[in-house]
Design a protein around this ligand. Structure first.
Ligand SMILES: NC(=O)c1ccc[n+]([C@@H]2O[C@H](COP(=O)([O-])OP(=O)(O)OC[C@H]3O[C@@H](n4cnc5c(N)ncnc54)[C@H](OP(=O)(O)O)[C@@H]3O)[C@@H](O)[C@H]2O)c1
Length: 257
């Protein structure tokens, strides 16, 4: 079993879940190129990705080289493949959870490249769409909020985007169940939903921090790339159900403290 993106938050969680898997980092295989000679696998867990949403709008071809080209190169190893994709393939106009048969319509370059990457995975692939990933390592919202809490008394957080923050440990643990399903696209995200502001408040509450959250709009925050206002994912195809996001948050914080 080969795990790409081994230094990323999901890559690390997968290597904990599957301790005998081999992890490869960007320094061992830059996935914008074909795999180095001799790299073989019976199953590829492909997590290497361009995940900087604003950066993808600034450099869409760079993002495509990783999110589309990288998947093509992973598929070219010839083994069955798990590819993780994103809630950002949807435009967020729906007000009830997105299921697998809903039409994708990404708002920005990140979502577009991930959607094209889904197609590049070929027929021997499980495409696992998830949302708002967080874990004890790498760049993510939980770690950013904890850092900001050390620097200020109040943090301004967007309150008009809703999703399901998903703990990478729970997503990694669900992989075995995904592998028992037929190839195809599956939605696998934490139970429950919230806004980024709700999530930030829960982080401070669970961590016992006095930091306050000031609720702002997406427009006020002024991120460069557009993001879906609503991107809760649920499965209509029997994909594994994950624990509630707040439960995942508690377990993540236990790892961090
Ligand atoms: N993060 C989210 O909120 C989220 C939500 C839904 C779906 N997903 C998807 O879930 C998967 C895992 O995401 P994640 O949160 O674990 O991402 P992450 O922490 O950013 O990890 C991605 C890893 O890919 C590596 N990488 C980037 N470009 C590469 C290249 N050219 N060659 C080889 N490796 C490269 C990165 O290395 P460097 O550190 O050197 O750049 C990093 O270690 C991705 O497919 C992502 O699109 C993420």
């Amino acid at each position: 079993m080969l795990v790409t993106g081994a230094d990323g938050q999901l890559g690390r969680a997968l290597l904990e879940t599957f301790p005998t898997a081999r992890g490869v980092t960007r320094s061992e295989w830059d996935v914008t190129h074909p795999a180095p000679p001799g790299l073989e696998a019976d199953l590829v867990l492909h997590t290497a990705a361009w995940t900087n949403v604003d950066g993808a709008d600034d450099d869409p071809q760079g993002a495509a080289a990783v999110n589309v080209g990288g998947v093509q190169h992973a598929a070219a190893l010839g083994a069955p493949l798990v590819v993780w994709s994103t809630d950002y393939v949807f435009d967020g106009r729906k007000r009830e959870p997105y299921v697998e048969s809903d039409a994708a319509s990404p708002l920005g370059a990140y979502g577009r490249t991930k959607l094209h990457g889904e197609a590049a995975a070929g027929e021997q692939a499980w495409i696992v769409r998830s949302s708002w990933l967080f874990g004890p390592t790498s760049h993510n919202f939980v770690r950013t909020m904890l850092r900001l809490a050390g620097e200020r008394d109040e943090v301004a957080v967007v309150d008009d985007q809703r999703g399901s923050p998903t703990y990478v440990g729970d997503l990694a643990a669900a992989t075995e169940q995904v592998l028992a399903l037929p190839y195809g696209v599956y939605h696998v995200a934490a139970a429950g939903e919230c806004t980024w502001a709700d999530f930030a408040e829960a982080i401070f509450e669970e961590a016992g921090l006095p930091t306050k959250v000031r609720r702002i709009t997406t427009a006020e925050f002024g991120a460069r790339a557009p993001r879906p206002a609503y991107s809760v994912l649920r499965s209509e195809k029997g994909a594994p159900e994950l624990p509630h996001w707040r439960d995942g948050l508690r377990r993540c914080l236990e790892r961090l403290t």
